[in-house]
Design a protein around this ligand. Sequence first.
Ligand SMILES: *Cc1c(COP(=O)(O)O)cnc(C)c1O
Length: 396
Amino acid sequence: MYKDFQSYLQTTLKEIEEAGLYKNERVIVSPQRAAIKVNTGKDVLNFCANNYLGLSDNQELIDAAKKALDERGFGMSSVRFICGTQDLHKELEQKIADFFGTEDTILYAACFDANGGVFEPLFTEEDAIISDALNHASIIDGVRLCKAKRYRYSNANMQELEECLKQAQEQRYRVIVTDGVFSMDGNVCPLDQIHALAEKYNAMVMVDESHSAGVVGKTGRGTTELHNLRGKIEIITGTLGKAFGGAIGGFTTGKKEIIAMLRQRSRPYLFSNSIPPMVAAAGCAMFDMMARTNELQDKLHTNTDYFVAQMKAAGFDIKPTQSAICAVMLYDAKLSQQMAEKLLDEGIYVVGFYYPVVPKDQARIRVQISAGHEREHLDKAIAAFTKIGKELGVIK
Ligand SMILES: *Cc1c(COP(=O)(O)O)cnc(C)c1O
């Protein structure tokens, strides 16, 4: 059997490679941070991590994790409801709820699991899920696991959303689902309008704050802060794997009955391991830090504003962004790959994205800004972009 299957896999892999879509991993041999070393020995500046607050190598979090490792051991060897809950997990859940102004929180091993396990326990074939077309893969998978009727509107298109809501009036319950920040453009979902339409057509709202938590809003509380909707959204999901230290872990936070039902019925929660004590402890230390100071959010916002302004001044076409994601538009797929390659030679690590990850003729380089970047890092990146941009005829 395997011989046939093997040749089928080999052919398919070759096709992926020939289409230029084969994903090779670069190997980093330093901690994750702004200035990293890769296994070729080269030192590069990292502009493609989700390390928005620069916390991936933060000493306070490392110390908290080490302390928990000594005091609470390495792993839980259990799911939460059997014997996998320490006080640290409960504390972290409360701190997440305090951060978002919600009633309760449930932890998962990742946000992929949070999204995978949120729909099926709550909604049935009598209900409607209305989803933005650009929502994250984990939302799409989660919706697939649920029997509710599906509606889809194109990215942030409020006319289409309204149309879906009208059509969904026959269903028992309705939930509108959206990413907080869409990761390819960096645009924030129009949560104010979504919420208003939800009120008008009697629906609930779920926001995935994975790219927005810690980033969007003056104090990084996410899209509900930006749109003055704190406490008004029924379901928020998010990750501890991006701005919040970047280790592992996800959560759903919101109305307490929803969270209670998820604890009873959500399959990735019931049938998958508890996060390690050190991750929970570092998470607690991280949210304590967020409650104490706004320094990192302020620095991130200053850095992003500076980078975008300088890149525009240099002549680059930058997608309007309200997050720390900055899409440098090149439109041409090959050019995006060439430019990323040449930037790496200059010591700037960025990634070019093209079809099918973004629409045809919308190729770009996605730059992710961090509070871990110093002004000199940003200046070096801007100078490299300008040099290579001129070389390749992208700017004059
Ligand atoms: C990254 C991301 C996820 C997955 O988070 P993990 O914790 O890494 O599984 C889910 N949703 C969105 C919108 C994301 O950007």
